[in-house]
Write a protein that binds this ligand. Structure first.
Ligand code: ZN
Length: 341
């Protein structure tokens, strides 16, 4: 919904994540490279009828070779990398069924022959062997450090959930889907904290696909919320409407695609959200005069900007990062519209 500026801080986090990923695991943990090597053995030994078997093997060999780089692969290299993998094995073949035995295959052939193969989808086996589920636990502390607590697509819900055991965990979405980009399934830059509503919705293939990280400030914040109170009657929140617009005309198609996929306008026009909006504009109206005319702390009302953020907007003061609080973008945009910030 709003991009994060790709700073050297984020880059060093990605580097550290790549270095730490599964490094502390016990020796009985099957490291991704070993799990993938065993999948190659499965392809060689129990997949006689698989067409283009050599291409599947080459695909896995390439992931093994690239693995150290894939964990924090630069976003600008995603397309070239995808092209390389597509040349080895067509994208449509990734969903083919293959036979496999275990990620932990015995080294002796006779022992392996005793294991009964089962059938599974090729790309899913790659994702399992690369331990995407475990990787989330390594990525979560970095998202916490970055202050990303809400869904990056809607900013309407938290991306952090409790498991009921005092532990909080993140929901992640693969920005580039794992059925087409399995080699990026644990990549730092491909895993976005998101809510259960937005998880699974894809902009893939649509114009202007949303990328969380931006090198450039101009494309930082392509959307803007506007609370339309022109039809407000009798303080009835339901007569308000929340508009979700592209900041610039050029981004209109992007906005339309985005809204179709994530149903932003629909979510932000729910009865509960409209009540939040009414409270927000009332608070802003109440404090606006004081804030704009206050010259020092002796003037009644809110003169201090930090206080404004906390008391009126109910969010932290970091304007660049909207993902620290739910509804933060809506609040900032509304305060800006009122010329409060
Ligand atoms: Zn969401």
């Amino acid at each position: 919904m709003k991009q994060l500026l790709l700073t050297s801080r984020i880059k060093s986090m990605a580097k550290k994540y790549a270095k730490e990923l599964f490094a502390d695991k016990r020796s009985d943990f099957i490291q991704p490279v070993d799990g993938l090597k065993n999948l190659i053995i499965d392809l060689q030994e129990v997949n006689d009828s698989l067409a283009e078997k050599d291409s599947y093997i080459k695909y896995l060999e390439t992931i093994i070779l690239d693995y150290p780089r894939l964990k924090n692969l630069n976003i600008s290299k995603f397309t070239t990398c995808k092209r390389k993998y597509d040349k080895i094995l067509e994208e449509s073949k990734l969903t083919a069924k293959i036979k496999y035995r275990s990620a932990d295959l015995p080294s002796i052939r006779e022992e392996r022959d005793k294991l009964k193969p089962v059938e599974g989808v090729f790309y899913e086996q790659i994702v399992n062997r690369m331990h995407y589920k475990d990787a989330r636990l390594y990525l979560a502390p970095y998202m916490k450090m970055l202050g990303v607590q809400t869904c990056v697509y809607c900013n309407n819900s938290e991306a952090v959930y409790s498991d009921g055991l005092d532990e909080a965990y993140y929901h992640f979405d693969h920005w580039l889907p794992k059925d087409k980009y399995p080699f990026l399934c644990v990549c730092f830059y491909n895993l976005y904290p998101c809510c259960s509503n937005c998880n699974g919705h894809k902009l893939d293939g649509k114009k202007g696909s949303f990328c969380l990280y931006s090198k450039n400030v101009p494309v930082f914040d392509p959307f803007v919320f506007l609370i339309d109170r022109s039809a407000l009657k009798n303080d009835d929140a339901q007569t308000l409407s929340v508009l979700f617009n592209a900041r610039n005309k050029v981004d209109n198609d992007f906005r339309n695609d985005y809204n179709t996929v994530f149903r932003i306008e629909q979510f932000y026009n729910s009865p509960a959200k409209k009540r939040t909006c009414l409270q927000l504009i009332k608070l802003i109206d109440k404090h606006k005069g004081h804030y704009l005319t206050a010259t020092d702390a002796s003037v009644p009302g809110i003169a201090d900007k930090d206080e404004l953020w906390k008391e009126v907007l109910g969010v932290d003061e970091n304007e660049e990062n909207i993902f620290t609080d739910v509804n933060k973008k809506l609040k900032i945009d509304t305060a800006k519209d009122a010329k409060l910030i």
